[in-house]
Design a protein around this ligand. Structure first.
Ligand SMILES: [Zn+2]
Length: 249
């Protein structure tokens, strides 16, 4: 079978046998692809030096029996700045971990790849204080691309325009009016400012997210809502996200 070209973002690498690596990739069309980089762990391997998480590669692949085989790989973008700084590495690790757990083999989602790359690009130079809003905005936007856009303008249950006090229900899929919140047990009260921050994250382009001001009094609430909403829709353990949101806060 002839080799075919693929541009992809490296999400994860795992050891295979003595000298090989398996790469988990997000292809440009949003599918997840797993491919073997033969000999990549040999010290002289040219390939091995290129296949780090956060890197974007142009590859030639052969279809193998169970996994694709990398014939050639050229680096398109290294995203080195994400590896040079602890805060950036941790934030970018959440992005690739969520893409790893949330993208599906054989299921295309072209916008996901573009959004992931823009997110990593912005994270390379954003102020450190903007990294968490970028992580949270990425989670909300990627869930929306998978069909789970949270309802933030209207009550997720009855469609009415909700007035304060607001509540949020991950099961219902967004904010609830006080009437609907009183009906169910899963709703948590949230401040209007928390809803505004979530709305700003959904509406802003990634490059604009660093300008969103999240009121410190509601930062915890915003973090909690996005974590719970993500966990509801991506049931796999999100180790990088738990570590990121848990650290020293
Ligand atoms: Zn309602």
């Amino acid at each position: 079978m002839p080799a075919y070209p693929l541009r992809a973002l490296v999400l994860r690498k795992t050891k295979l046998g003595e000298t090989d690596l398996i790469l988990t990739l997000l292809a440009a069309d949003g599918r997840q692809v797993r491919a073997v980089a033969k000999g990549a762990r040999k010290s002289k391997s040219r390939l091995g030096a290129r296949v780090e998480p956060f890197s974007v590669l142009d590859m030639l692949l052969h279809t193998g029996r169970s996994l694709e085989i990398i014939a050639e790989a050229e680096t398109v973008q290294t995203h080195d700045a994400l590896r040079a700084d602890y805060d950036r590495t941790m934030a970018a690790s959440v992005v690739v971990d969520v893409l790893d757990k949330g993208s599906v083999e054989g299921q295309a989602e072209p916008q996901l790849f573009d959004m992931a790359l823009v997110t990593l690009d912005v994270m390379e130079s954003a102020p450190v204080a903007a990294l968490e809003p970028l992580v949270l905005a990425f989670l909300l936007k990627s869930l929306a691309m998978h069909g789970y856009r949270p309802s933030l303008d209207r009550c997720a249950a009855c469609g009415a325009e909700p007035e304060a006090p607001l509540a949020f229900s991950v099961e219902a899929g967004g904010v609830l009016c006080s009437h609907c919140a009183a009906q169910g047990s899963s709703a948590q009260p949230i401040a209007a400012e928390a809803r505004d921050a979530l709305r700003a994250m959904m509406r802003s382009r990634m490059a604009e997210v660093p300008e969103i001001v999240v009121d410190p009094s509601v930062a915890r609430e915003v973090r909690w809502i996005v974590r719970a909403y993500t966990g509801f829709h991506i049931p796999s353990r999100l180790r990088a996200l738990d570590y990121y949101l848990g650290q020293g806060r």
